[in-house]
Ligand binder design. Structure first.
Ligand SMILES: Nc1nc2c(ncn2[C@@H]2O[C@H](COP(=O)(O)OP(=O)(O)OP(=O)(O)O)[C@@H](O)[C@H]2O)c(=O)[nH]1
Ligand SMILES: [Mg+2]
Length: 467
């Protein structure tokens, strides 16, 4: 019978193997002997299984340790104000919420500075035409009129524009401007103190250009005043020095009672709140801003709609305030942290946040976009930020360049870079909320992108547009 033949062959093979032969039960084994042998084999198997389980557990522990040692490197790229630093903050809030929240107070002066900047931009907009800052100096929307001014150059002020602005030369506005002066001085004071000293910390925060005085004796003020942060020093520590007396620790708590310190910035904010409110809610000011198409609500670091909360003496920035706070990055800044939550708890992440602005001068050579290249090869992933709402804006550093066009050119150069051929590239189209607001507010894509033609100007159609 074939079955028997197989058994015979198998047994013959087993007996030819010395180990199998040694383990083979004796041919004359009794029932009792067999029972004893099987019991001992079961015991041996139990021991063997428990050793296997122990080995498996040890392997898991080793794997977890290896994972914990593992380092994930991510590079954030995109033009200036595309939202790289904001994405980093969102990441920190999601995965290292404890350290994110511990540092919230360090953002308080940044929020103040952002608020002061908005006030200054409103005041600048009320100046007579010949003293107006160049509208293209800042992150304002590029209106069709702006486009004209790019091609025609800066036009001299017309009599009509000066007459219109003379509405603000009345005692009412002159007094309001004077009442707001301490707020503008605060910005200058911070800059002076931060840039005047010789310690390393003072280099943490710089302004892109000196802040304009409110009423310059002559010439047009620059609106390019923007706080920037670089990789050389701990800016949180540097700013904190001016807000929390006797503390160099960014993790200042409410127990420090900064509001009891008369030199804390919160007192200037508190004192000037009624004047900021008056300025922002003034119908004539509002219509002047609307006439100039200055949509401050859509600009970076806009907090005027939360004025009473932010100017409160005991104001502590909320998570959302920290996410919204604008601090321009220059150079490449490495952020290292261990994930506090999620499946990858314990894994070390390194996120590289770069300054997205184009270089403007030789002095800034080290900050230009080529500074990103050395970081390309070593990354696990690259996240490219492209604001979907930027079609009507120009670059702050080069008003001849439309932001959408710049983003597209930059994206093309990144995806065609051979050094990045092995890197995962993720495209984030952000600022969808701003796109929605712009379209709802009547801004037409076809005014800036003629190829869009007469297609519907609603969010769904514009967001899906591929040209
Ligand atoms: N409304 C809105 N604002 C956003 C969004 N993403 C970022 N922002 C704001 O855009 C501003 C600029 O963002 P940042 O993250 O500082 O831009 P960046 O790319 O780091 O800019 P640089 O440091 O100059 O290269 C900040 O005030 C953010 O709050 C978004 O999706 N919607
Ligand atoms: Mg940044």
């Amino acid at each position: 019978m074939p079955t028997a033949a197989v058994i015979t062959t198998s047994r013959t093979r087993r007996l030819s193997d010395p180990l199998s032969a040694a383990l083979e039960p004796p041919p004359d084994e009794t029932d009792a002997q067999r029972e004893a042998r099987l019991t001992s084999e079961r015991e041996a198997k139990k021991v063997s299984d428990s050793i296997d389980e122990q080995l498996r557990q040890e392997k898991e522990v080793l794997k977890a340790k290896a994972r914990a040692r593992q380092e994930i490197k991510v590079l954030l790229l995109g033009q200036s104000e595309s939202g790289k630093s904001t994405t980093l903050k969102q990441f920190q809030l999601a995965y290292t919420p404890n350290s994110f929240r511990q540092e919230r107070l360090a953002w308080r002066p940044v929020v103040y500075l952002n608020l002061v900047r908005s006030v200054r931009r409103v005041l600048d907009a009320l100046l007579p035409q010949e003293l107006q800052p160049n509208p293209l100096d800042d992150d304002e929307p590029m209106t069709p009129q702006h486009r004209d001014s790019i091609s025609e150059g800066n036009r001299p002020p017309t009599a009509a524009s000066i007459t219109t602005n003379s509405a603000f030369a009345t005692p009412k506005y002159t007094e309001l401007k004077a009442q707001l002066q301490p707020l503008l001085d605060l910005e200058q004071d911070l800059v002076r103190r931060l840039s005047g000293g010789s310690t390393e910390d003072d280099e943490a925060i710089q302004l892109a250009s000196p802040p304009p005085s409110f009423s310059p004796p002559s010439g047009r003020p620059s609106t390019k005043t923007e706080v920037v942060v670089n990789n050389r020093v701990n800016w949180k520590k540097a700013l904190n020095r001016f807000t929390a007396k006797n503390s160099n620790d960014p993790a200042v708590t409410e127990a420090d009672g900064w509001w009891n310190d008369p030199s804390d910035l919160c007192h200037i904010m508190d004192r000037t709140r009624p004047y900021i409110e008056r300025l922002w809610n003034d119908p004539t000011v509002k219509s002047e801003l609307a006439r100039k198409r200055l949509r401050l609500e859509e600009s970076s670091g806009f907090y005027l709609d939360s004025l009473s909360r932010i100017t409160d003496l005991r104001y502590v920035p909320s998570d959302d305030d920290v996410l919204k706070a604008r601090l321009k990055t220059v150079g490449v800044i490495e952020h290292c942290f261990s994930l506090e939550t999620g499946k990858q708890k314990g894994v070390d992440w390194k996120i590289y946040d770069v300054g997205g602005a184009r270089s403007q001068s030789k002095a800034e050579e080290c900050y230009k976009r080529q500074a990103w290249v050395p970081y390309f090869q070593d990354m696990n992933a690259l996240i490219f930020l492209a604001p979907i709402s930027a079609f009507d804006q120009v670059l702050a550093e080069d008003p001849r360049v439309n932001r959408l066009e710049d983003s597209l050119l930059l994206w093309r150069s990144i995806v065609s870079n051979k050094l990045l051929s092995q890197v995962n590239i993720i495209l984030f189209l952000n600022k969808c909320d701003l796109l929605q607001a712009k379209l709802t507010g009547g801004v037409r894509l076809s005014h800036y992108m003629t190829s869009y033609g007469d297609r519907p100007n609603d969010y769904e159609s514009v967001a899906k547009c591929k040209e």
